[in-house]
Ligand binder design. Structure first.
Ligand code: 5RP
Length: 225
């Protein structure tokens, strides 16, 4: 297995050590989370009693295949622990997320949790967010004018396409990938983007994570706030 993927697996599997019997778990999205789900599925088969709330249709499908019991916000008022991936993590645990296009549901879940643990391979730890294009979920109606307004904040928004088809999120929206490069004040940028009519949510997760599990060349480091 390629080193980066192996590190994702190591970080994902480590995270299940924080899951306790009876917990409601927020299940993030992405390839690192998928490794966590595999391990969690094994623990459920051995008798661990938890319920998960998935942050994407992909996660929901995999969790069901693995026999992980699921619930939703009509049945629970809060989440004990959320475990999610990220595309970039800075020194203050600010996150850039949404590479997989699930940022809105992820943010709802991650902010509803008592604790958010982020699982990443070492390449995701950066001194400053912004090398990865920031995903911004927007309403399809008038996305062109929304993109023009966003561009005035200092980027060239690119409509996300997969195999030449416009990518549509689980919420029926579009994603604009916005290359800002070095973000000096991510919170400020997030607030400005949220003021743009047509923007549903940004991939900037500020001050939400409390732990980051990093695996680099098979070595695990658990960073806490
Ligand atoms: C999806 C996300 C993912 O958590 C993020 O893209 C990381 O993915 P991966 O673990 O596959 O590198 O934010 O919207």
């Amino acid at each position: 297995m390629e080193q980066r993927n192996l590190d994702k697996k190591i970080a994902g599997e480590e995270a299940v050590n924080f899951i306790k019997d009876g917990m409601t778990i927020g299940l993030g999205s992405g390839s690192t989370v998928n490794w966590m789900l595999q391990k969690l599925g094994e623990l459920v088969k051995e008798g661990l009693q938890i319920k998960g709330i998935p942050s994407s249709r992909k996660t929901e499908r995999l969790a069901k295949e693995l026999g992980i019991p699921l619930t939703d916000f009509s049945k629970v008022a809060k989440i004990d622990l959320a475990i999610d991936g990220a595309d970039e993590v800075d020194d203050y645990f600010n996150l850039l997320k949404g590479g997989g296009g699930s940022l809105v549901r992820e943010k709802i879940i991650d902010t509803a949790a008592d604790e958010l643990i982020i699982i990443v391979d070492g390449s995701k730890i950066v001194p400053q967010l912004g090398a990865f294009p920031l995903p911004v979920e927007v309403l399809p109606f008038g996305w062109e004018i929304t993109a023009t307004t966003i561009s005035k904040l200092g980027c060239v928004p690119k409509l996300r396409k997969i195999d030449k088809e416009v990518f549509v999120s689980d919420n029926g929206n579009y994603i604009l990938d916005c290359q800002f490069n070095a973000m000096k004040q991510p919170q400020n940028l997030h607030e400005k983007l949220k003021q743009v009519v047509g923007v549903v949510e940004t991939g900037l997760f500020i001050n939400i994570a409390s732990k980051v599990i990093v695996a680099k060349h098979k070595e695990i480091e658990i960073l806490s706030k």
